[in-house]
Design a protein around this ligand. Structure first.
Ligand SMILES: Cc1ncc(COP(=O)(O)O)c(C=O)c1O
Ligand SMILES: N[C@@H](CCCC[NH3+])C(=O)O
Length: 428
């Protein structure tokens, strides 16, 4: 499923608005979100947990896409929020998100960021290193402030995904390794610190995962780890956070499971593993990012130049590229696209979609079948809602696109298009 459908006039539309109307109103490149689809995804996670009967929190991983309006939506949908930097925390607070539902991640949080989060009285710090374990406690003690923490551990599970987005293996910059004994040592230290309330542990095995076995294996390892802590330290910890990583559909090759299947597998594994250990069932927290916003997002571009190299390739250039979607250049990520203004025409031309940066690697899609493409056509690239705008950049001083939410035929700007004046704002 994509966020886009063809209406009775044969036009493509998102959230009840035709893409022609959207580009006429806001220009291109334009990031368009189907707001209702984001809300449905959020609800699916919560409903699946309710079904399981376990206590839970679903924290939206704001790194996937964040702006104040997205934070407000997360709040309305009863999500918690995972932030990984002072900037994400600031945005959440500016949007009025309840601090008690904010979880702060990061492998190198600065003292300034920790103080900011302490002042805001956020719900939980996910402590990632021995340095942070000491630093955060020193700061909490100075302020005589009790803080909730989770320890981020690496369970030694390798998720089947791109190397750069795999995080649960032993050789990772994140967290305390279980097999190396670091997690055990960190736990011993944390439990002795009076200003810490240790809620439990966190693990995130990677992103864009389609198989269930990685989650299941991780849960077994985490459950055994907590059981070990119980035996050694005589303490039962109430929270198990197993991160995000649920896969989405970018192209036909991707076959993600329904959200309910992921959550059922996770909650069943928790019941089984903890049950076997006779451990009280923990509250389960998750942190989906991509699976909440990716498929709801579509990027609309204007087609510009076309270069035909006979018997080699046809390059079709659009008015954006790696500045608004770095994923193809960074990970070789694949996307699907159609011509939004002529969606029903037969696809007879094999083309490759290039961005406008001064960089040969600035390609959005290799080898895509489209109807004969002309200057001025609109290209719609699907499933760009996660890690697109959030990794956007100003290479070649290209301004970032506008972002709109569309729902029930109405659209509203949630992030203004960046202007040239914005680009020089910080220059001296
Ligand atoms: C700690 C942590 N939690 C949650 C996420 C969100 O992952 P995803 O967007 O794949 O759901 C990430 C990113 O991979 C992460 O590093
Ligand atoms: N940015 C990555 C995912 C990293 C997730 C954060 N740990 C992507 O686009 O797929």
């Amino acid at each position: 499923m994509t966020a886009m459908e063809t209406n009775v006039h044969g036009q493509l539309e998102i959230g009840g608005m035709s893409t022609d109307e959207l580009t006429a109103a806001y220009g291109t490149p334009l990031m368009v979100y189907d707001e209702e689809m984001i809300r449905e995804k959020a609800r699916s996670f919560r409903e699946a947990f309710i079904e399981s009967g376990l206590e839970f929190q679903v924290a939206y991983a704001s790194k996937a896409f964040m702006c104040k309006e997205m934070v407000r939506l997360a709040e309305e949908e009863n999500l918690s929020l995972d932030v990984v930097s002072g900037g994400e925390l600031y945005t959440a607070l500016q949007a009025g998100f309840p601090a008690g539902r904010i979880h702060f991640h990061g492998n190198n949080k600065s003292e300034e960021e920790l103080v900011m989060a302490l002042e805001a009285e956020i719900g939980c710090f996910v402590v990632d290193s021995f340095l942070e374990l000491e630093l955060l406690h020193d700061l909490a003690k100075e302020r005589e402030q009790q803080v909730n923490i989770l320890l981020r551990v690496t369970p030694g599970v390798e998720a089947h995904t791109h190397d750069y987005i795999m995080t649960g293996q032993d050789d990772s910059k994140f967290g305390f390794g279980i097999s190396t004994g670091q997690a055990d040592r960190a736990m011993q230290i944390a439990l002795c610190k009076p200003y810490y309330t240790v809620l439990g542990i966190h693990s995130h095995i990677g992103s864009q995962i389609f198989e269930l076995d990685g989650f299941q294996q991780a849960i077994t390892v985490l459950s055994d780890f907590l059981q070990g802590v119980r035996i050694e330290c005589d303490v039962v910890l109430p929270v198990l956070n197993i991160g995000g990583g649920f896969g989405v559909r970018y192209t036909e090759e991707d076959k993600p499971l329904p959200i309910s299947d992921y959550i059922k597998a996770i909650t069943d594994s928790v019941k089984e593993s903890f049950g076997e250990n006779g451990y009280p069932l923990p509250e389960v927290w998750i942190e989906p990012g991509r699976s909440i916003v990716a498929e709801a997002g579509t990027t609309l571009y204007k087609v510009g130049s076309k270069k035909i190299i006979p018997d080699v390739r046809t390059y079709v250039s659009v008015d954006g590229g790696m500045t608004d979607n770095l994923r193809p250049a960074l990970y070789g990520a694949k996307y699907h696209a159609v011509l939004a203004n002529r969606p029903n025409e037969e696809c007879t031309e094999l083309v490759s979609i290039a961005g406008k940066c001064c960089e040969s690697g600035d390609m959005l899609i290799w080898d895509l079948m489209l109807p004969p493409v002309n200057f001025g056509d609109t290209l719609a690239v699907f499933s760009t809602g996660a890690y697109g705008y959030s990794m956007a950049n100003n290479y070649n001083r290209i301004p970032r696109p506008a972002v709109v939410f569309v729902k029930d035929g109405e659209s509203r700007v949630v992030i203004e298009r960046e202007s040239y004046a914005d680009l020089v704002r910080l220059d001296r």
